[in-house]
Design a protein around this ligand. Structure first.
Ligand code: CA
Length: 224
């Protein structure tokens, strides 16, 4: 397997070192930046497959670094945060982060989540750019953007991931638990209601409506 490149942007050197050590042991290539500015600068040449980004950096706020990275590159980002406040998390997700890890973390958990997100990201890359995804819907995965009849549809990162998951697997039935595992990560603390809420929003926002079919007692499928 091709060696994946991880970039760690974290000003606390001991934490950066632990991540570097842990990921290298698992066969990843890792580089560390200790400020937001140097991270943004290094990302250009290093071209990471994924970024682990600290929320509290000395020069630029982690969320702002996240936003700048997602504006420039199409790559998944996990935020590392000491805060467990839900509003902070939502704020971070709006800025384009794919997932959250609260410090102190379990290294094995971080590795597992990174693997999950990288797999998901690769699957999503399988959809060609600007391919008409469904009636009236166009997906530009370079920009992680969905248009409905030419108009941009505002989707959260998870709504986007969920939509692409269905579009990539037409007619396949997914249980709520499987969707939670595949879209949110197997150790996500939320419950299956999360899936229902996201499906409802997707039906409304994308106009797919009942093409996102409820399979009674099982889960959901997308029927083109
Ligand atoms: Ca910090």
């Amino acid at each position: 397997m091709e060696q994946k490149k991880i970039m760690v942007i974290e000003d606390e050197k001991p934490i950066a070192d632990i991540l570097k050590y842990g990921f290298e042991k698992e066969g990843f290539e890792v580089t560390c930046a200790y400020t937001g500015g140097s991270g943004l600068e290094m990302a250009e040449d290093y071209a990471p497959d994924m970024v682990l980004l600290d929320w509290m950096l000395p020069d630029i706020a982690g969320v702002d670094v996240c936003r700048m990275l997602t504006e420039r590159y199409n790559l998944p980002i996990i935020m590392l945060t000491a805060r467990s406040n839900v509003e902070d998390k939502l704020y971070g997700l709006e800025s384009g982060a794919d997932d959250y890890i609260t410090k102190p973390f379990d290294l094995r958990e971080v590795v597992a989540r990174v693997r999950t997100i990288l797999r998901r990201f690769e699957r999503v890359q399988g959809i060609r750019k600007e391919e008409p995804a469904a009636e009236g819907l166009t997906v530009s995965e370079q920009e992680r953007m969905v248009c409905r009849n030419g108009e941009a549809v505002e989707l959260t990162p998870k709504e986007y991931d969920l939509l692409l998951h269905f579009l990539k697997h037409p007619r396949q039935v997914f249980t709520r638990v499987i969707l939670l595992e595949q879209i949110w990560g197997y150790d996500y603390a939320g419950d299956t209601r999360t899936v229902d809420i996201h499906i409802q929003r997707l039906r409304r926002k994308t106009g797919l409506g009942d093409k996102l079919v409820t399979v009674f007692g099982v889960g959901y499928k997308y029927v083109p």
